[in-house]
Design a protein around this ligand. Sequence first.
Ligand code: HEC
Ligand code: HEC
Length: 286
Amino acid sequence: MQLDSPVLRRWSIWLLAAVLLAAPVYLVRATSLQQSSSEGQAIFAQKCQACHTIGGGRLVGPDLQGVTQRRDLSWLKEFISAPDQMLASGDPIATQLLAEYNNVPMPNLALSPAEVEALIAYLENPAAGGAGNVPPSAAPAGPGDAARGQALFSGQIRLQNGGASCIACHSVAGLPTLGGGSLGPDLTQVVQRYGGEAGTASVLVSLPFPTMQGFFATRPFTPQEQADLLAYFIWAGAQPAPQQTTSPAAWFWAVGIGGALVLFAGMALFWPRQRRSISEQLRSMG
Ligand code: HEC
Ligand code: HEC
């Protein structure tokens, strides 16, 4: 067969056209997967890493290695987008996970659908993220001082970058100052619930909670403050449960009911005497 045979020439043109057409499609697909995976890696480092590892074991939440095989894709999308709503709807897997993870709910991080896609692409193939594995979250500076942590918590020492003191929104049992806010959860057992010191430390470093982000994103704790707060939470969680303290509402009822009883008792004492005096008066009149 000659090289310039018309049949061969026609076929090679077709072949060339096919390659030229297919290559960009293939390349675009490959790079877009690569791109969304590395986007996913960046989002993961920023918003998920405080609570999850990929292949590093349980932290605050489950190890996410292989989660794309373990769960349905649509379940995964829905859970990452709105874990709170899934839990509220009574989803059995979400309910079971919550119990398994000390009732620490995964927060709704208000992710866009594109961010969720990118995260799933990354979870599907963490190695394709590009820049190697996500480095572990920064750890707080050295050992902390629990007493200083308590003073930071209760506002006796101000946070260096000007964030509100924790007591505005949180309580811890056994604080010398009574009360504490109730916008955020009680933090007495936070170390126990967050799976130990490692989980609590990484949560204190990046504060992955939507409400707290609003207040602290521009006023991060210093590493020393993180260490002191962690030391305080470790100390607080190890204290024996304090006596049930009486809440202000209980006091209100106790005082109210007690007062009414005293009043009735007084009337009961006073009433017969008055009746007697009336009958005495009648007798004396008669
Ligand atoms: C404050 C800690 C926290 C943050 C931040 C967090 N998670 Fe979670 N996540 C949890 C906990 C705890 C669970 C276990 C379920 C529960 O208790 O609600 C969980 C469960 C999951 C699950 C289900 C795992 C399984 O085995 O089925 C997925 C998937 C998940 N998280 C993905 C993410 C992604 C993606 C991000 C970041 C966008 C993220 N999480 C951020 C705490 C967190
Ligand atoms: C303006 C209110 C506010 C302040 C101030 C605040 N927090 Fe929070 N925090 C919250 C809320 C609300 C949550 C619950 C998660 C969410 O909805 O974002 C939370 C959650 C947490 C959690 C996770 C607890 C859990 O049980 O899930 C920790 C730990 C925490 N805060 C630590 C701190 C520390 C330490 C300080 C002080 C340095 C602080 N917070 C100050 C509002 C606040």
